[in-house]
Design a protein around this ligand. Structure first.
Ligand code: PMV
Length: 334
């Protein structure tokens, strides 16, 4: 017997970033974060629990993974599902991204969100979104936010001496803010330092890590308020500040994700702003600059960004839906 489900999920871009983790095994962020889930780029993942398999299998973008870190991380998530559901069968996972993988475009967010949703559905677990988000968070913290439509937040840090449980929730629907996200793709290659390693090294060695951790909660609260007020200019300014603070903190530990084209695009964003075009930038653990603009300014900003040498293409995305099930067949003879 095979129990199978297919889920689709989209990457999310943090407007208020998380960087760093609380001590302990839960993979809970050291600071709270707030993101926008993007339509237009997706991961589609099918999980089939199959009693005839002797080990978990993963086919990622058409390539069968053998003894890889990706397979190990998928198996870890599947083990948690098996324990909760009382399932012993191994699983076959087939996952495809329609955008570059592991290059700082949040493929781990959409990947683990789709995997968590498909696996829990295939195992017949009747879990809430929040529970699935918790499962996804243990594998990739930012993945917890991709379960939700539009704007989502993920708790983190320590408040009044109490460590956060790392819960994720929806903050506002996609329509809450007039915004387009323009992704300036600068390379199709995977990034050199994973976000997990980058965070660990930052925590261990950045002289600015303590400042980052103490500044981020207020930045998160301010961004949340600006979002709920529909204030695009303030959201953009706070998002750009959060990204620069995160990268400054990481750079001081020798972790550099930006490249020449990233900085050229960032400089151009500032020139455009001086000329009156309201565009802001953010960047994650990779070299792609993501620009925030209002819908009416998207074409003008896109034309400008596409001209920058080193920007290979510009993807235009909008706030979109959270992860969802495409197809589930609970009990099917092979
Ligand atoms: O999803 P993770 O745990 O690998 O880390 C993602 C970190 C950033 O994308 C840089 C920031 C964020 O809040 O998404």
């Amino acid at each position: 017997m095979t129990r199978q489900a297919t889920a689709v999920a989209h990457p999310n871009i943090a407007l208020a970033k998380y960087w760093g983790k609380l001590p302990g095994a839960g993979n809970v962020p050291a600071v709270p974060s707030l993101s926008v889930t993007l339509a237009g780029m997706s991961t589609t993942t099918t999980v089939s629990f199959d009693e005839n398999l002797v080990r978990d299998e993963l086919v990622l973008n058409g390539v069968r993974e053998v003894d890889s870190r990706a397979l190990f991380r998928a198996s870890e998530l599947l083990d948690r599902v098996r324990v909760s559901a009382g399932v012993t069968a191994r699983a076959r996972v087939v996952s495809d991204n329609d955008f570059p993988t592991a290059s700082g475009l949040a493929s781990s967010a959409s990947g683990f969100a789709a995997l968590a949703l498909a696996a829990t559905k295939a195992a017949d677990l009747d879990w809430s979104r929040e529970q699935v988000a918790e499962l996804a968070r243990r594998s990739s913290a930012s993945a917890a936010r991709s379960l939700f439509d539009g704007f989502a937040e993920l708790d983190g840090g320590v408040e009044d001496g109490i460590p956060s449980a790392g819960r994720a929730r929806s903050v506002a629907p996609p329509s809450a803010l007039d915004v387009r996200v323009l992704v300036c793709v600068t390379t199709e290659a995977p990034k050199s330092t994973s976000s997990t390693d980058g965070m660990r090294i930052t925590q261990e060695t950045s002289p600015y890590y303590a400042a980052w951790v103490s500044d981020a909660p207020l930045a998160h609260r301010q961004l949340r308020e600006a979002l709920l007020a529909g204030d695009f200019g303030r959201v953009g300014a706070l998002a750009e500040r959060s990204a620069l603070a995160m990268h400054a903190c990481a750079m001081a530990a020798g972790i550099v994700y930006v490249t020449g084209p990233t900085l050229d695009a960032l400089a151009h964003v500032r020139v455009l702003r001086d000329r009156g075009l309201l565009v802001f930038a953010t960047m994650d653990a990779g070299p792609h600059l993501k620009c925030l603009v209002r819908a009416a300014d998207a074409d003008a900003a896109r034309t400008e960004l596409a001209r920058i040498v080193g920007v290979r293409r510009v993807l235009e995305t909008t706030p979109g839906a959270g992860a969802r099930i495409l197809d589930a067949s609970p009990e099917r003879p092979r």
